[in-house]
Write a protein of this length. Structure first.
Length: 577
């Protein structure tokens, strides 16, 4: 018909085919929708794991990824092996035996134990007498400089002042600033003083905490909350040096954050910044550097991390808990240093322990932020609680105002000149000890200092056939309490004011122990040759000290569950009355 158009036959047939294939009842529609949803979910699942795999390959490389998979498989399979009935029984017996020996050392027999409240309260004289007995229990003599780290003060006059300050504020609680305005003032001033020490810009803010671990936890919580609120990150990840303090690993476990460990290769033992860069993805919420780290006393390349953080727009936290009141004074004291604080634009938060080289009583630390907005992300506020509006700056609710008062008194009493003097003495003693190890004929031949430590921690490993853990045990026999390290096996000394005064005795005893171990090794080599064995076998049979035994086993096991069980048993013993 003129003026009309007809649909092509092929198109009409296609439409009819679609009409015939359309579902003719509701159940068919439901099934189609279920199939569609299932396909979408599968696609998203596939996309998620494909993206993770690509991130893994980008961050670790092909060989690194394969090695990580091999290590994980080996650990899992060895874990199954340890669960076999016969193996499990034998391992459990060995753990119980080790814990029994540990208990004998920690909880000496013959002591009177108080397992319930006394029927009548003791007299003050009786309490004082028991306190004196407890204070003088046999222990490693930190007062004489025989302990690495642990106690960072020791000056009698400062201890007396701290005790007096504590006594004046025994009942004080910062959660009630209207009741204890003096504590509020002191806490704010402590934070302000530490911010100034680290060259904080205008608008910077901070919070006091109970210690370095809590400071690190708070910094990571702030970064997690910031990433969630500002970028919608629901699967947060942080990238840390393998030498970073274990508090970062604790935070990752507590806050359900994926953790990436980056190697700190010799000879610098600084974090590999290029590997850090490869691991960054959209879920990364924080980068981390240490100034210095706990194991080796090495300051990471904070400048390079700062540039990377700025370029990627990711927060950078600097852990200065150990460096605390030493690192800021290195330059003024005439020592080598590296940039590490808020003068680097990429640094967004810093943790600093006032209870280490700030000489405040244990239980004092600070976490500092470049802006008050960053600090606010660690706050907890509940406006709808039936008990009223509740707000706290961090994890703790009630806090000991007495510790804050003692911290404030310490900072005010020591002052800038005092901290500069302590930096000169402590870091100076560390460098003298390092130079002695490098120049002494025996020590230089048998020990190697790790990296280039700039502050107060000195770590060294054995060069040749000597077992560094045997050396640690030998120093323990001579009354020293040093820190055993692993990966690589080493010992470190955290020089404190008492140690600084006794470093020559430390060096002398170290010489003696190394000579003793050299002689034992020569004897083992001769015996091994006589028996037709090898040097390594002879050495392994001789490592019977506590440190050598523990770390020898830990280093040889692909699965650390045995060590975990032993550590948990140790923690149980802490609360065995």
């Amino acid at each position: 018909m003129p003026g009309t158009s007809r649909m092509p036959v092929s198109l009409r047939q296609s439409i009819d085919s679609v009409k015939r294939s359309r579902p003719r009842n509701p159940m068919q529609v439901v099934n189609l929708n279920v199939d569609l949803i299932r396909n979408i979910v599968f696609f998203l699942f596939l996309l998620r794991w494909t993206r993770r795999a690509l991130w893994k390959l980008k961050g670790r490389g092909l060989f690194g990824t394969l090695f990580e998979l091999f290590t994980d498989a080996r650990r899992i399979l060895y874990g199954y092996f340890l669960r076999l009935p016969g193996v499990r029984t034998k391992v459990r017996a060995q753990i119980d035996d080790a814990l029994t020996k540990m208990q004998a050392k920690m909880i000496p027999a013959g002591q009177t134990r108080y397992l319930s409240l006394p029927k009548e309260g003791w007299t003050e004289e009786a309490v004082r007498k028991e306190l004196e007995a407890l204070a003088t229990m046999d222990h490693t003599r930190w007062e004489d400089g025989y302990v690495s780290g642990a106690v960072y003060s020791g000056e009698d006059e400062l201890l007396k002042l701290q005790t007096e300050a504590y006594g004046k504020f025994t009942v004080a609680n910062p959660i009630h600033p209207d009741v204890f305005p003096g504590v509020r003032k002191m806490e704010a001033e402590v934070v302000a003083m530490v911010l100034s020490l680290f060259n904080a810009p205008p608008g910077a803010a901070g919070v006091s905490t109970s210690g370095g671990t809590e400071s690190i936890l708070m910094a990571i919580l702030s970064a997690r909350q910031k990433a969630h609120h500002e970028r919608g990150v629901t699967e947060p990840e942080i990238i840390i040096p393998e030498t970073a303090h274990t508090a970062f690993r604790k935070a990752a476990e507590y806050f359900k954050i994926k953790l990436h460990l980056v190697s700190c290769p010799a000879p610098s033992y600084q974090v590999d910044v290029k590997r850090v860069a490869r691991l960054i993805n959209r879920n990364t919420i924080m980068l981390v550097g240490s100034a210095p780290n706990f194991p080796h006393g090495i300051i990471d390349d904070i400048s390079a991390l700062s540039k990377l953080a700025l370029r990627k727009k990711i927060p950078l936290h600097v852990d200065c808990c150990l460096g605390s009141f030493l690192v800021p004074f290195l330059d003024k004291a005439g020592f080598d240093t590296q940039p590490f604080d808020f003068r680097l634009k990429g640094v967004t938060s810093i943790s600093c322990d006032t209870h280490k080289y700030g000489f405040a009583p244990k239980g004092n630390s600070t976490v500092l932020y470049r802006t008050a907005e960053l600090r606010a992300y660690q706050y907890f506020v509940d406006p709808s609680w039936s008990g009223g509006v509740y707000a706290s700056p961090g994890i703790a609710g009630s806090r000991p105002g007495a510790l804050i008062a003692a911290c404030w008194a310490s900072l005010m009493a020591v002052g800038e000149e005092g901290y500069l003097k302590s930096c000169t003495e402590i870091v100076g003693a560390t460098k003298k000890l390092a130079e002695h190890i490098r120049s002494h004929p025996t020590l230089a031949q048998e020990l190697e200092i790790l990296g280039n430590p700039l502050v107060s921690v000195l770590a060294f490993q054995a060069r040749g056939d000597l077992n560094i853990y045997d050396i640690a045990d030998g120093m323990s026999v001579r009354g020293w309490h040093l820190n055993a390290l692993q990966n690589p096996p080493a010992i470190h000394v955290a020089v404190t004011a008492p140690v600084a005064k006794n470093w020559e005795k430390l060096a002398s005893d170290l010489e003696g122990v190394v000579e003793e171990e050299r002689e034992k090794e020569r004897v083992r080599q001769v015996e091994a040759l006589k028996m037709g064995g090898d040097n390594k076998t002879g050495k392994q049979k001789a490592t019977s000290g506590d440190t050598a035994a523990l770390y020898g086993v830990a280093g040889s096991l692909p699965n650390k569950s045995v060590v975990v069980d032993l550590a948990r048993g140790f923690l149980d013993l802490l609360y065995k009355a």
